[in-house]
Design a protein around this ligand. Structure first.
Ligand code: AMP
Length: 562
């Protein structure tokens, strides 16, 4: 099958490997929208999505998203047009997502929390043509933002809202798209588009959290993206009776792959909650959810009384994002009644997941094994292509049927991000360990310079450059500081040009630059100079240790005062 390489901006899979993945059934010729339709034909009356506001069956979801797809095309959108997403966890986001896929449009997995700095860069990089913006959010007017962003944008032509921003008849609202089309006409339109889609063409643009400089764009293709999710669902033994809850942003790769597509690949129901712990638990309990992922930002909440997992129908609890303590594991796992395991995954591809039959020690101390037998994982001595033996900690590098071969339009960056034979350098530190005769992977830290704030990645270099844009800052080094709720938050070590600025000044500066709020530093440390390593680089390890010790001493002092 021939495929456009987007003018050299898309790195294709080598043909021999692609042929192998197809032969092994881990790649499909069907586009993503057709996979949903296939499930809907199999389980028409089963629930597909439940939210606090309502629910839909697979048949309804399939019919409505056909209409939305046809509605997008009637607006003038065309196959391969990228579409920026800024919406929260609600049913309409799922409708918009599948509507785009079925029209052959390419969802760009941006977040509602992103602002001009992020959206402006990404939308130009991919040549976005439409912007889906949720109306009525209490903290920020995304629709006004979408209009501001579209101004002078070379390719942006459509703003589509979820919800109605105001009595404005010129606005295109997702809820109204395609309502005038009969289901038969909408289906025929979708099938026509699908017949034109190459399975090795881009289906979705995800965003990378773990690279240097500005965020990189991850091109996921039709052939592999749904099967990545299916392999995950199968690893966890899900079927059409399963109900799978998700609390984090649904458009994030973890939400799409480990929740939406995974559930729908096997006919299971997605219970779409929000990160607000108590309302999520109420929904999980009421709708008899059987499986849930808890990201690291929920690890602490999990130990609170309102998170009593014993009152739920949960059979599988998947922990993801950070090391799992013995106490957390014990709380999540309940022998035969409830199984706890782990997921290590990334937008770039590789998923490593606990096998169902793994012994408790492997389930608590490791993230399991790759989900496809075609996944290839190597532990390399950092900065080299030398393999390390089992038991040694090194950089986790991977290649396989659903791991990208290159970021989109990033030839120079790709040279450093991949080995000479196409293994993706994850920037994570890992080791293979053997438990009861089986080989499992454990995550042992990272070498990439980022802060993982409750699952949202903050790129240190990107933030430092933004800080240095302020005339009052001569030098900047940002590091992770431990946070009991989110795991990590950002501390900025700064050298002043003149008088030190307040945290407020810094946050105002970043707001003016249009930087998403989750990236703003939450603590400043003003110093005369940074400590240096023996090769003359800023010694970030020392800064991280210093701030961790300082925070711990401050907590001790507060406790002593109380
Ligand atoms: P993202 O692409 O935003 O999903 O982020 C992927 C990155 O999150 C990985 O490269 C890791 O750095 C981190 N990550 C994901 N899962 C885990 C886990 N179970 N333990 C530790 N880090 C994780």
């Amino acid at each position: 099958m021939t495929c456009s390489d987007w003018g050299g901006r898309l790195v294709p899979y080598p043909e021999d490997l692609a042929a192998r993945y197809r032969a092994n059934g881990v790649w499909s010729d069907k586009p993503l929208g057709a996979r949903l339709h296939q499930t809907a034909r199999q389980f028409p009356d089963r629930p597909a999505v439940i939210t606090t506001e309502g629910s839909t069956t697979f048949a309804e979801l399939d019919r409505r998203t056909d209409q939305i797809a046809a509605g997008f095309l009637a607006l003038g959108l065309r196959r391969r047009d990228p579409v920026i997403f800024q919406s929260t966890n609600r049913l309409e986001t799922v409708l918009a997502w599948y509507g785009c896929l079925k029209a052959g449009l390419i969802p760009v997995a941006t977040l509602a929390a992103h602002r001009m700095h992020e959206i402006g860069h990404i939308s130009r990089k991919v040549g976005a043509v439409a912007h889906i913006a949720e109306a009525g959010l209490p903290s920020f007017d995304l629709v006004a933002f979408a209009h501001e962003h579209a101004h002078d944008h070379p390719t942006m032509r459509h703003i589509i809202t979820i919800g109605s921003p105001r009595a404005d008849t010129t606005i295109t609202q997702l809820e109204e798209l395609g309502l005038d089309l009969s289901p038969e006409v909408a289906r025929a339109t979708v099938e026509q588009i699908e017949s034109e889609i190459d399975s090795c063409d881009v289906a979705v643009f995800q965003l990378s959290g773990g690279t240097t400089g500005v965020p990189k764009v991850i091109p996921r293709i039709h052939a592999e993206y749904w099967d990545n999710a299916r392999l995950y669902a199968e690893r966890l033994g899900w079927d059409e009776q399963s109900r799978v809850a998700h609390l984090g942003p649904i458009v994030h790769n973890a939400g799409i792959t480990a929740a939406l597509h995974a559930a729908h690949s096997v006919g299971a129901c997605l219970v779409l909650a929000t990160p607000e712990a108590s309302s999520a638990m109420e929904l999980i309990t009421r709708t008899k959810v059987t499986a849930v992922i808890f990201g690291q930002s929920l690890y602490r909440a999990l130990s609170k009384p309102e998170f009593s997992l014993d009152r739920t129908s949960l059979k599988r609890v998947i922990l993801s994002g950070a090391k799992v303590s013995p106490e957390l594991f014990e709380h999540a796992d309940a022998g035969d009644a409830r199984w706890a395991g782990q997921l290590f995954g990334m937008g770039e591809g590789l998923f490593v997941v606990t096998p169902l039959d793994a012994p408790a020690k492997a389930r608590q101390t490791t993230v399991g094994t790759p989900i496809s037998s075609d996944d290839e994982v190597r532990i390399l001595e950092p900065g080299t292509e030398n393999d390390l033996p089992d038991g040694s900690v090194g950089e986790l590098c991977c290649r396989g049927p659903y791991t990208i071969r290159g970021y989109f339009d990033a030839a120079e960056h790709n040279r450093a991000a991949f080995t000479s034979d196409g293994f993706y350098r994850t920037g994570d530190l890992a080791a293979f360990t053997t438990i009861d005769g089986e080989r499992y992977l454990s995550i042992e830290g990272r070498i990439k310079d980022l802060i993982n704030r409750g699952g949202e990645k903050i790129n240190a270099e990107e933030l430092e450059l933004l800080l240095l844009d302020h005339p009052g800052i001569a030098n900047a080094a940002v590091v992770a500081m431990p946070d009991p709720r989110l795991g990590e938050k950002t501390c900025a070590y700064l050298v002043a040009e003149g008088q030190p600025l307040s945290l407020n000044d810094i946050q105002n500066h970043l707001e003016k630059l249009g930087v998403a709020k989750f990236k703003w530093p939450e603590r400043l440390e003003w110093v005369d100079a940074f400590p240096r390593t023996n090769v003359g680089k800023t010694d970030k390890k020392r800064l991280r240790n210093e701030i961790a010790e300082k925070l711990s001493a401050e907590t001790d002092t507060r406790r002593a005062v109380v």
